[in-house]
Design a protein around this ligand. Structure first.
Ligand code: NM2
Length: 502
């Protein structure tokens, strides 16, 4: 392979990454405080913009999925991957170990500080607690992935732009090709946001894996053990990056999809099955019924902070991953129609995450309600990771569930890293045709480089820092997100006429 490295994008991203990681390692307390201050400022001043962006993205994607543009195909070739593998890959790339953590205990955070004025720990609070997680990981959330995917895939396949880069999605605004200042800024913003978003995922998953390992082996969960976990995950995804897209990511994704499915069925059977089924139906209904309310809620009167702490954080996190997933899903979606992409992502993506939330999350919620385990008490005293473990420990054959949980979390981490290093290397390569991949050394280089920031985040504190960094790095992407969405509609209109004419 002879793909030349795009030195400017490469150097810019590495420099910003080091500029964030080094202060975290050298001055952990001061940097954590600075991040927190920046988070609060951004969330209160720009929160509304994230909410407006979510509403617009969801409307745009639903319009494409159901409207006349849905028939447009991404090139004339047949799809490269079978539909189940395609879904497994887009899911495993876009969803990482973060989901394993949050699906288990997101409800617990909401039960104590519920939205919409509900009384803490009331019946109403528990119902919201179960539904809000579904919203933060559901149809509206997936639109943050889907719109950039359509906006990148359309020019790449239908207009034959030979660059797998984020900036190709804003061709109506950014003139002068990929080396123009606008394109450089857009590609680097996205690469930096991705490094931050990935940092968050590893910031959540590594301490969780370390805590689970410590429960299994009896060894204490120290920073050293966390470093060991990072090293194992890096080795795993380094190998899979080396093996390449089909032999590496595809196999791991397929395996994880099956393992996840089997584990969920076992939890469903081993837990209070009837309660889980009733709760699942109820939560889905409540979420669908209240999607508009949750999507538009800015809490301007009571200012309880729920939106700033949760919805804005989540939308920023999805946004930071958006162009990355867009590039990755573009790479695997040759020959599919825009409608298939919308249904695959919004429909199957949400369904996949919801299964985890409905089974693992509601299992833990059920333990709290029945009084079998005081999950909220464990969380307040020992933190979220121990609360996750308390839920698993209440199952028969708990050790088996813990081993499955460790495997799933590590493989999700590996596949996310794997696809992220693929995309970072593609973005730092000068030119790439639909059948080409970035150079192998280059992919492995990014696989190792993106582990640096999360190590800094874990060193500086962990959970809160991992949450805050995402918002800070994603702000420029709100603007580029709009540019690429508008560009997509302009291109579709130019090539296929106004929606009423097609
Ligand atoms: N999103 C989907 O760790 C993860 O699950 C990565 C997180 C953006 C909230 C994705």
């Amino acid at each position: 392979m002879t793909q030349a490295v795009d030195r400017v994008n490469f150097a810019l991203t590495i420099s910003v990454m080091l500029a964030m990681a080094i202060p975290l390692l050298l001055f952990p307390e001061v940097s954590a405080l600075a991040l927190q201050t920046a988070y609060t400022w951004l969330a209160t001043k720009f929160g509304w913009l994230y909410i407006l962006t979510a509403i617009s993205a969801f409307s745009a994607v639903v319009f494409i999925g159901f409207g006349p543009y849905g028939r447009v195909r991404l090139g004339s070739d047949d799809p490269e991957f079978s539909t189940p593998s395609w879904i497994a890959m887009l899911f495993a790339a876009g969803i990482g170990a973060g989901m394993m953590y949050w699906s288990s205990i997101e409800w617990a955070f909401y039960a104590d500080t519920p939205p919409f004025g509900a009384e803490p720990r009331s019946a109403e609070a528990y119902v919201w607690a179960s539904s809000f997680g579904l919203h933060h990981w559901g149809l509206v959330a997936w639109s943050f992935y889907c719109l950039p995917t359509l906006a990148i895939a359309y020019p790449f396949y239908a207009r034959g732009v030979p660059k797998l880069k984020y900036s190709i999605s804003a061709s109506h605004f950014i003139k002068g090709g990929e080396s123009s200042i606008g394109a450089r800024l857009m590609d680097s913003f996205f690469m930096i946001a991705l490094v931050g978003g990935i940092g968050s995922s590893l910031g959540f998953s590594t301490p969780l894996i370390a805590a689970l390992l410590s429960r299994l082996t009896g060894l204490p969960a120290t920073f050293g053990m966390e470093l060991f976990v990072v090293a194992v995950c890096v080795a795993m995804f380094g190998t899979s990056v080396w093996l390449g897209l089909t032999r590496g990511i595809k196999r791991l994704s397929d395996f994880n999809m099956w393992l996840g499915f089997v584990m969920l069925v076992c939890v469903l059977l081993a837990s209070d099955t009837v309660f889980l089924l009733r709760m699942a139906i109820n939560s889905i209904g409540h979420t669908l019924q209240n999607t508009v309310a949750m999507m538009f809620w800015t809490d301007p009167i009571n200012n309880t902070g729920f939106i700033e702490d949760w919805t804005i954080f989540y939308w920023a996190w999805w946004l930071a991953y958006g162009p990355f997933i867009g590039i990755f899903v573009t790479r695997i979606s040759k020959g599919r129609s825009l409608r298939e992409v919308v249904f695959g992502m919004l429909g199957m993506g949400s369904l996949g995450v919801w299964l985890f939330y409905l089974v693992i999350g509601n299992h833990s919620l059920g333990l709290q309600l029945s009084g079998e385990v005081d999950v909220l008490g464990v969380m307040a005293e020992a933190g979220g990771n121990q609360a996750v473990i308390a839920g698993l420990d209440a199952l028969p054959f708990a050790t088996l569930f813990i081993i499955a949980f460790i495997l799933l979390t590590s493989i999700f981490t590996a596949t996310t890293y794997d696809s992220a290093s693929y995309v970072l290397s593609a973005s730092a390569t000068q030119s790439l045709k639909p059948s080409e991949d970035p150079a192998r050394w280059h992919r492995v280089f990014w696989a190792i480089a993106i582990a640096i920031l999360p190590i800094g985040l874990m060193y500086a504190g962990g959970l809160k820092e991992a949450q805050t960094v995402v918002l800070v790095v994603s702000l420029p992407l709100v603007f580029t997100f709009w540019l690429s969405g508008i560009s997509l509609f302009k291109s579709l209109k130019e090539d296929h006429g106004a929606p009423s004419e097609t």
